[in-house]
Design a protein around this ligand. Structure first.
Ligand SMILES: Cc1ncc(COP(=O)(O)O)c(C=O)c1O
Length: 305
């Protein structure tokens, strides 16, 4: 259901999924009159729920519909409030889920009482909350650039092939200087991806130590949706994933993409190239700007001439 909830800046009015609550009764009538449909529950999924009160509002609305469905002969067994729980990132914490759970159960029981429901199963479907903090992406600085006062660290990572786009998705990643953790963070850098797209910025205005080519950066809390949303834009291969067990053991759980599979849909049809022939193209795409600048240094050029 789209329960048409508005709370502060949160809204489901623009949500394209779910039956709009405005036609819910009509749908319940259709379902309860049909021989082929057994209506046993109601579901709501609210995506990004930063205020716990929204779950209570949703429960209230779903149980009102459940009450109506029961009056039409349905035997309602469950209500499902979907996912949407936010996870902590950087210094940004949301509500405590254990506390939220306690206060929600009190409210939910009151609503059950109000509509005289017993034995209704309550379901949640947390997604990003479970896996968000579990992912860390390691990216390497491949070049530095100075645009006026702005310092850019270009990396071999990208919001396209491994991290959901911070601009499209409003995603913020804390970024740590993995190989210089103890050094003072005295410089401000934009941490850029390696594609041709200027919006490919993994983080902007981040305090870092002096960065050099080869330094590793750790992009924190990127366990949710990263690989599912990753693409092969700019012919980038999606990275491998390594699982770190509690005892420190490492296990490769996903390998890096291969050109053979990235181009397979075209090559299968066109039969123009062996997938192996494309292997060498990869390095052509990754130029090191500083190196190029050095090569073009007029003095050096003169020397060469
Ligand atoms: C129906 C449904 N339930 C749960 C989830 C998980 O959502 P979240 O990661 O916001 O907790 C999704 C995500 O797309 C979903 O579509």
């Amino acid at each position: 259901m789209n329960l048409m909830i508005n709370y502060k800046e949160y809204t489901t009015y623009k949500q394209q999924y779910g039956i709009p609550v405005t036609i819910a009764k009509k749908c319940i009538d259709l379902a309860t009159e049909s021989k082929n449909i057994q209506l046993i529950g109601f579901h709501f999924h609210g995506s990004y729920i930063e205020y716990p009160v929204i779950y209570a509002l949703a429960a209230q609305k779903l149980l009102r519909l459940a009450d109506y469905a029961r009056s039409r002969g349905a035997k309602i067994e469950a209500v499902d409030l979907g996912g949407g729980f936010p996870f902590e990132y950087g210094n940004h914490a949301f509500y405590d889920l254990a506390e939220m759970g306690k206060s929600f159960v009190r409210k939910f029981n009151k609503i059950l009482e109000k509509y005289n429901f017993q034995n209704i199963r309550l379901i949640f479907e947390p997604g990003k909350y479970i896996v968000g903090n579990a992912g860390i992406a390691l990216i390497k600085v491949v070049s530095k650039k100075y645009l006026g006062k702005r310092k850019l660290a270009v990396t071999d990572g990208s919001t396209y092939c491994m991290l959901p786009d911070p601009l499209v998705y409003r995603q913020y990643y804390d970024i740590l200087p993995a190989t210089k953790l103890t050094q003072p963070r005295i410089r401000t850098f934009d941490i850029c991806g390696c594609t041709c797209d200027y919006i490919d910025k993994i983080g902007t205005g981040r305090k870092m130590p002096r960065l050099q080519e080869g330094d590793l950066l750790a992009v924190m809390d990127c366990g949710a949706y990263s690989i599912a949303m990753a693409s092969n834009f700019n012919n980038l291969k999606r990275p491998p994933i390594i699982m770190v067990r509690e005892n420190g053991e490492l296990k490769l759980v996903r390998r890096r993409d291969r050109y053979s599979e990235m181009f397979a849909p075209e090559l299968d049809v066109l039969k123009i190239a062996e997938p192996n022939e494309l292997k060498n193209l990869y390095n052509l795409l990754r130029g090191n700007c500083n190196q190029v600048q050095k090569e073009l240094d007029p003095l050096k050029l003169e020397e060469k001439v």
